[in-house]
Design a protein around this ligand. Structure first.
Ligand code: G3P
Length: 215
């Protein structure tokens, strides 16, 4: 499973990249606005070192506007993937952008039937928002399972990008289901490294080694 960071914070992205574990980045208007920097400049900087997709979202809600924003974003760098919201106008835009060879991630997906439509429109990626479904007492991960079944039933090539991940258990479930990508906040990524028994085990190895040196 590929690991993406879901942030527009360049420092965090650089750190994950330097570990050699980063496969791509997703941003959205909320994440970009939190950092307070120029959107296109941030994208250019990310594309200069991230070896994989850098997702950038359009702000228009009409098809033509989305297509025009998508074209502009895609010209920034070959690694840019254009994020389009899962609404009727959005899927119209997906078809046009895909026809021009521009990669598109359909975002704000909350149901398997929405995901079916996105795949039929030619989406390169579909982003089911797991945590936000959990927030309203639905089991977010169930839709990932359903999307996986639907896509494999019909041989859709659209990659499943699990989004709105809130904790390591979401990452585990996504991997067990066989999702293509999990995108997560830096905080969740860091938690994946940790286990108290690893720390205890390491401390014990080192203290035993010290004992040997004293003999
Ligand atoms: O990738 C989508 C993500 O940014 C939304 O996450 O935690 O705001 O639901 P969240």
């Amino acid at each position: 499973m590929k690991i993406f960071l879901d942030t527009a914070n360049v420092k965090e992205i650089r750190e994950a990249h330097e570990l050699g574990l980063l496969d791509g980045v997703t941003t959205n208007p909320s994440l970009v606005s939190k950092e307070g920097h120029d959107f296109h400049e941030v994208l250019r900087e990310l594309c200069s070192f991230v070896n994989g997709p850098v997702n950038a979202e359009v702000l228009s809600v009409d098809g033509n506007g989305m297509v025009s924003e998508g074209r502009t974003l895609s010209k920034i760098h070959k690694n840019i993937v254009v994020k389009i919201p899962l609404i009727k106008e959005g899927l119209k835009a997906v078809k046009i952008l895909r026809g021009e060879g521009i990669r598109v991630n359909v975002t704000l997906c909350f149901s398997p039937t929405q995901a079916l439509l996105a795949a039929k429109a030619g989406a390169s990626y579909i982003s089911p928002f797991i945590g936000r479904l959990d927030d309203v007492s639905e089991v977010g991960m169930d839709i990932v399972r359903d999307i996986k079944t639907i896509y494999s039933n019909y041989g859709f090539k659209t990659e499943i990008l699990v989004a709105s991940i809130r904790h390591p258990l979401h990452v585990l479930e996504a991997a067990k289901i066989g999702a293509d990508i999990a995108t997560m906040p830096f905080e969740v990524f860091n938690k994946l490294f940790n286990h108290p028994l690893t720390d205890i085990g390491l401390a014990r190895f080192l203290s035993d080694w010290e004992k040997l040196k004293k003999k």
